[in-house]
Design a protein around this ligand. Structure first.
Ligand code: XLS
Ligand code: NI
Ligand code: NI
Length: 434
C-alpha cells in the first residue's frame, strides 16, 4: 500500500486498483442539479482528525500527532497537516473548537493569546488553499471548571467564563468567514435531580443563547447558529436531548428564528431514533441546518464516532437533505475518528475515503430513489383523501366537530389502505442493488 506522503490527491477513479481513490465521489459531476461537492459540502473535524490520537478509557495514544514539536509550534504543524489533508482529500471545509487549535494553558488570557496566533495562521492557510470554515464552537466541557456545566453551571462565574469563550468564538467565526457557529450542549444537563434546579438551569441556558444572539447581531456575524442535539453523554440527561426537545426549548424561549439544528447520526441513535427521523424532525420544523456525519455501533451504548459506511443510512440521509432543498449554510462534517487500531496516517485517508464515498453513493442512490418516483407516488396516493371532500375541508380548517360527526355517522364503511412497508423496502433494495 502507498505511503501517506506519496499520495498527493485522491481522485475519482472507479477502476483504480489503489485504495486511495474515490469510487463514487466525483466532485464536479452534477447530481440533482448541483455538483457533488456542492451537494455534499464535506468538512473535516479538527478535534478527531488533527488532535485525537487513539486514547480510550483504558489506554493512551496509539498514534503520534505531535510532529516532534511542542507549544504553539506543534499547533502550527497541526494546522499545516490539516490543510495538507484537506488538499489530498479534496475537502473544502473544516470545523474546530477553540481548544482544538492551540495549546491550552493556565488562564483564559493565555489561551486567547495562543488561539489568536493560530487563527492568524489559519486565515493565511484558508486564503492560500481556498478552504472555508463550515463552523466553529467552544469547548465548554473539557476543563474541570465546566464539570457541572457551562451556561447551566450552578456557579455564575462559570457562566461568565463560558460567555467569554463563546464571545471569542463568534469574533473568530466572523474573522474567518465561517458559515455557522455550533452550540453542542457539552455538560449542559444533569446526573441527579437531587442537586439540580432544572428550571433555573434551562432559563439560564436560554439567557445564554439570547446573549449570544445579541452579540452576533452586534458584531454583524452573518453565519447560522445551530444547536446540536444529544440525549446523554457526558451527563446522564442532556438538555438538548433530541431534535424535538430542542425545538420545544427554542420555542419556549423565543429563539426559534435564530437557530437551526446540527443533526449528528450517532446522537440520533443514542436517542433511540433513526438518523432519518432526526433529519425529518428538523426539516418539518423548518430547522434543518447542518449534519455531523458519523455512525455508532448499535451494540455499544455510547458515541463511538465511527466513519459512516452504512449505505442505507447515507442514502436515507441524502434523501432527507434533497427533500429539504439541500444544504445552504450547512454541510457534512465528519465528526468521526479512526478506530484506535487504525493508527497510521494512511488510515486517516482511508477512513475519509470510506466516509466520503459512502455519502457520495448515498447521494447517487437518493437521487435515483427520487427520480424513480415510486416512493413519492405511493406517499402521494396514501394521503389522497386530504385533497378533496371532507379531507380538504380538514386541511383548509373549514370544518368542525359537528360536521365531522355527521359525516362519520354517514360514512362508516371505512377501508384503510395497506401501508405496504415490505414492498417499499424492496423498492429501496432494488434502487440500491439493481
Ligand atoms: C459530541 C459532539 C461534539 C460537537 C461539537 O458528542 O458531537 O463533537 O459536535 O462540540
Ligand atoms: Ni458532533
Ligand atoms: Ni457526538
Amino acid at each position: 500500500m502507498e505511503n501517506y506522503k506519496d499520495i498527493t490527491k485522491v481522485v475519482y477513479n472507479p477502476k483504480s486498483t489503489s485504495a486511495f481513490a474515490f469510487r463514487f465521489y466525483n466532485p464536479d459531476e452534477i447530481i440533482a442539479g448541483k455538483s457533488m461537492s456542492d451537494q455534499l459540502k464535506f468538512a473535516m473535524s479538527y478535534w478527531h482528525t488533527i488532535d485525537a490520537a487513539g486514547t480510550d478509557m483504558f489506554g493512551g495514544d496509539t498514534m503520534d500527532k505531535n510532529f516532534g514539536k511542542a507549544g504553539v509550534e506543534r499547533y502550527i504543524a497541526k494546522a499545516d497537516f490539516a490543510f495538507e489533508l484537506m488538499n489530498k482529500l479534496q475537502i473544502e471545509y473544516y470545523c474546530f473548537h477553540d481548544a482544538d487549535i492551540a495549546p491550552q494553558g493556565e488562564s483564559l488570557a493565555e489561551n486567547i493569546k495562543n488561539q489568536n496566533k493560530i487563527v492568524e495562521y489559519l486565515e493565511t492557510l484558508q486564503t492560500k488553499h481556498g478552504k472555508k470554515l463550515l463552523w466553529n464552537t467552544a469547548n465548554n466541557f473539557g476543563d474541570k471548571k465546566f464539570m457541572a456545566g457551562a451556561a447551566t453551571s450552578p456557579n455564575a462565574d462559570v457562566f461568565a467564563l463560558a460567555a467569554a469563550k463563546v464571545k471569542w468564538g463568534l469574533d473568530t467565526a466572523k474573522r474567518l468567514g465561517a458559515s455557522g457557529y455550533v452550540f453542542w450542549g457539552g455538560r449542559e444537563g444533569y446526573d441527579t435531580l437531587l442537586n439540580t434546579d432544572m428550571g433555573l438551569e434551562l432559563d439560564n441556558l436560554a439567557r445564554f443563547m439570547h446573549l449570544a444572539v445579541d452579540y452576533k447581531h452586534k458584531i454583524g456575524f452573518k453565519g447560522a447558529f445551530y444547536i446540536e442535539p444529544k440525549p446523554k453523554e457526558p451527563t446522564k440527561h442532556q438538555y438538548d436531548f433530541d431534535a424535538a426537545t430542542c425545538m420545544n426549548f427554542l420555542r419556549k424561549y423565543d429563539l426559534e428564528n435564530e437557530f437551526k439544528l446540527n443533526i449528528e447520526a450517532n446522537h440520533a441513535t443514542l436517542a433511540t431514533h433513526t438518523f432519518q427521523h432526526e433529519l425529518r424532525t428538523a426539516a418539518v420544523n423548518n430547522a434543518f441546518g447542518s449534519i455531523d456525519a458519523n455512525q455508532g455501533d448499535l451494540l455499544l451504548g455510547w458515541d463511538t464516532d465511527q466513519f459512516p459506511t452504512n449505505v442505507y443510512d447515507t442514502t436515507l440521509c441524502m434523501y432527507e437533505v434533497l427533500k429539504a432543498g439541500g444544504f445552504t449554510s450547512g454541510g457534512l462534517n465528519f465528526d468521526a475518528k479512526t478506530r484506535r487500531q487504525s493508527n497510521t496516517f494512511e488510515d486517516i485517508l482511508l477512513a475519509y475515503i470510506a466516509g466520503m464515498d459512502s455519502f457520495a453513493l448515498g447521494l447517487r442512490m437518493a437521487d435515483k430513489l427520487i427520480r424513480d418516483g415510486r416512493i413519492d407516488k405511493f406517499m402521494h396516493e396514501r394521503y389522497a383523501s386530504y385533497e378533496s371532500g371532507i379531507g380538504k375541508k380538514i386541511v383548509d380548517g373549514a370544518t368542525n366537530f359537528d360536521e365531522l360527526s355527521t359525516y362519520a355517522l354517514a360514512h362508516e364503511n371505512i377501508q384503510v389502505a395497506s401501508g405496504r412497508q415490505e414492498y417499499l423496502e424492496s423498492v429501496l433494495n432494488e434502487i440500491l442493488f439493481n
